[in-house]
Design a protein. Structure first.
Lengths: 409, 61
């Protein structure tokens, strides 16, 4: 059992959105807690979503404006330096009961350790073209990529997830030629389902992106990318947007289940290690809004939701209470592509059917479209494409009600 | 407690409306409306809305 003291020492690994929100939530729930926030990056916590959107465009337009661009990304914080110790440029390499181990060999004593270590971009296991290959997760990644965003340059985006599609859209707006390679039959297929994904693919084509669906990359040559069918795509800039892998190396041997991120219960406590919690992109947790199956969810809203839950758990146990039962946060995400806002509530990935409840998918960009996703006849998600926020919000409220009420079979 | 929203920063994501419907809502013209001076009892809801805003447009004092 965790040692129960009125002023527990809590060490959070990862000083990004999830780490910052956890420190703030713990401070609010347990003012006596002593908090250390350890982060590999040398920056104060900043916001990633603009990296694939406005931030790379702004950096491409004026590379000297690094300070300005970064200033807009910085996350506002309620924490004072007395509230939490921020150790930047500091890498966790391991943990033992009661201690976090750092790369320089030093140790920090901890009653609780919170994993907020997020993800790192996946890369293709191919050699070649190293100087022209880019990924996008950090501000440095964005700075490097922005320098390559020159008008008329030829870009190949490998991977048609949200980040790949947003980079493609931003690059087109800057006048690059863009080819997008996707293994699945459509970009964003898993996240949006076939009908919406097909409509979004058409939207990208309309903006001049050449989509190579159902294809993989087999080689990087001098000035082109070779696809599995032998097709060659000329490439000055190659973006590997193949998704990201959980940063869990430092938890190897801790006893936690690391098969996909850190498996936790609905209190955010890691299965197998009672003094370890996980939050944000790295956490695989059950959500009773759906089926209780643990899943990782890479949406911006999750760090805030899981941070508050983790803080509640720590403060409850510290003060001798049981954490409240059940955890049912509503997932949501948005994406901006060519000025078109995609906004989703719920879990479209769980759906077995989708129906357009307003507008026409053949006309996206012309008028609002709202799609409802159902599983076994029950609504599980709602997605708006260029839809008025007020209308979507009322659908989201209806969805929350439907998901919260007991299912009558 | 006072709630301010920077209307220039707000991109109408509506995350605040979902996070704290008792404080934030959309008006008939689709504009964001909120309770500017709610009671202390709603502080947790207000903080949740501020955290949920991707544009960091909500300031609570
Ligand atoms: C380009 C881009 C665009 C996005 N756009 C959207 C969007 O439009 N909508 C949306 O909903 N979501 C979007 N997201 C997702 C959103 O940004 C993430 O969900 C969010 O950043 C997750 O926060 P996190 O703190 O859990 O993880 P991260 O932000 O990944 O932070 C983890 C931190 O931990 C540090 N770390 C890792 N290992 C260690 C270690 N061993 N020791 C010390 N520190 C360590 C890392 O350096 C990093 O700073 C986007 C993400 C990216 C990259
Ligand atoms: S969440 Fe933020 S950006 Fe969205 S409507 Fe509310 S204040 Fe505006």
């Amino acid at each position: 059992m965790p040692v129960v003291t009125p002023s527990p020492r809590i060490v959070i690994v990862g000083a990004s959105l999830a780490g910052l929100r956890t420190a703030e939530a713990i401070k609010a729930a347990l003012p006596e807690a002593r908090i250390v926030l350890v982060g590999r990056e040398t920056h104060r916590p900043y916001n990633r979503p603009p990296l694939s959107k406005d931030a790379i465009a702004a950096l491409a337009a004026s590379p000297a404006d690094i300070k300005d661009v970064f200033g807009k990304l910085l996350l506002r914080s309620k924490l004072t330096p007395q509230d939490a110790e921020l150790r930047l440029g500091c890498v966790a390499t391991g943990m033992r009961e009661g201690q976090l181990i750092l790369a320089d060999g030093s140790r920090i004593n901890a009653d609780w350790i919170v994993a907020a270590s997020g993800l790192s971009p996946r890369r293709l296991p191919l050699t070649g073209a190293q100087d022209r290959r880019y990924v996008l997760r950090s501000f440095e990644d964005a700075q490097r990529l922005a320098l390559a965003l020159r008008r008329s340059a030829r870009m190949v985006v490998i991977g048609g997830g949200f980040i790949g599609c947003e980079i493609a859209a931003t690059a087109r707006s800057l006048g690059l030629h863009v080819d997008l390679v996707e293994t699945e039959p459509q970009p964003m297929l898993r996240a949006l389902g076939s009908r919406v994904a097909a409509a979004m693919a058409a939207w990208h084509r309309r903006h001049g992106v050449r989509i190579h669906a159902g294809r993989t990359v087999s080689d990087f040559a001098a000035d082109h990318v070779v696809l599995d069918d032998g097709d060659r795509l000329e490439a000055d800039v190659i973006v590997e947007a193949l998704g990201a892998l959980p940063n869990v190396g430092w938890l190897e041997g801790s006893g936690a289940d690391l098969s996909d991120g850190v498996l936790t219960d609905d209190r955010m406590i890691a299965k197998g290690v009672e003094t370890l919690l996980a939050v944000g992109d790295v956490a695989r947790f059950p959500n009773s809004l759906f089926d209780g199956v643990p899943r990782r969810t890479e949406h911006w809203c999750v760090p805030g939701q899981t941070a508050r839950r983790a803080a509640e758990t720590i403060s409850a146990i510290t003060t001798g209470r049981e954490p409240s039962a059940g955890f049912a946060p509503m997932p949501s995400f948005w994406s901006d592509q060519y000025g078109l806002r995609l906004q989703s509530y719920g879990a479209p990935v769980l759906a077995d059917s989708q129906s357009v409840i307003a507008g026409d998918l053949a006309q996206i960009g012309e008028g609002p479209v709202i799609v409802e996703y159902r599983r076994a006849g029950q609504p599980v998600a709602i997605t708006g494409i260029g839809a008025p926020p007020a209308t979507l919000a009322s659908h989201a409220t209806r969805l929350t009600r439907a998901l919260s009420s007991p299912v009558t079979a | 407690m006072r709630i301010e929203v920077d209307r220039d920063a707000c991109l109408l994501h509506g995350q605040c409306v979902i996070a704290a419907p008792e404080l934030f809502s959309f008006g008939t013209a689709g504009d964001l409306v909120w309770i500017a001076e709610p009671g202390e009892g709603l502080r947790a809801e207000a903080e949740a809305a501020a955290d949920a805003c991707p544009e960091q447009a909500i300031v609570i004092t």
